[in-house]
Design a protein around this ligand. Structure first.
Ligand code: CUA
Length: 167
């Protein structure tokens, strides 16, 4: 059978594209270390967040020499606490949940970003370096006030950092 040269070229080109697409998707799914939201996330009762040791009093808590846990609650249309302050050069573990609908916690200009689902605890770990201020936005449409839903993450110099009194 004689296959025309152009036809061979296009057959080959389409094979290369298909293999390329598969490789791209595989790389995106497993190569970048991106964790997907799934059933394995720890759960919490969104109606009784007051019974949870972390969410009853959300905020920053020191758990190691340079390590902090931060619990955040997302609701229509705000975050509690609205401002999170952590020291530079530390490891910060965020535990975030929602009291009502799906939100997100997206730290603008960084790759720290997670969907926040009622009943589940989203976990992200951030390593802070230089002091600075970051905006936090909700990037999941959650209702009429979605565009007003924002918070702040402030990284302060280590010697200026103080935990708030009651934590
Ligand atoms: Cu919360 Cu959009």
């Amino acid at each position: 059978m004689n296959i025309h040269t152009y036809e061979k070229f296009w057959l080959l080109a389409s094979m290369v594209l298909i293999v390329g697409f598969i490789l791209t998707i595989t790389y995106g799914a497993v190569g970048l270390g991106i964790a997907m939201v799934d059933d394995s996330s720890p759960t919490v009762d969104p109606e009784n967040l007051d019974d949870h040791p972390g969410f009853a009093d959300p905020g920053v808590e020191q758990v190691g020499e340079n390590e902090y846990d931060v619990h955040v609650i997302a609701v229509q249309f705000a975050y509690f606490p609205a401002e999170v302050e952590v020291p530079a050069n530390s490891v910060v573990n965020f535990y975030i949940t929602s009291e009502d609908v799906i939100h997100s916690y997206s730290v603008v200009g960084t790759n720290a970003n997670t969907m926040v689902i009622p009943g589940e605890i989203a976990e992200i770990t951030v390593e802070t370096d230089e002091p600075g201020e970051y905006g936090v936005l909700c990037s999941e449409y959650c209702g009429a006030g979605h565009h007003d839903m924002e918070a702040k993450l402030v990284v302060v110099p280590e010697d200026e950092f103080e935990l708030e009194g009651d934590q």
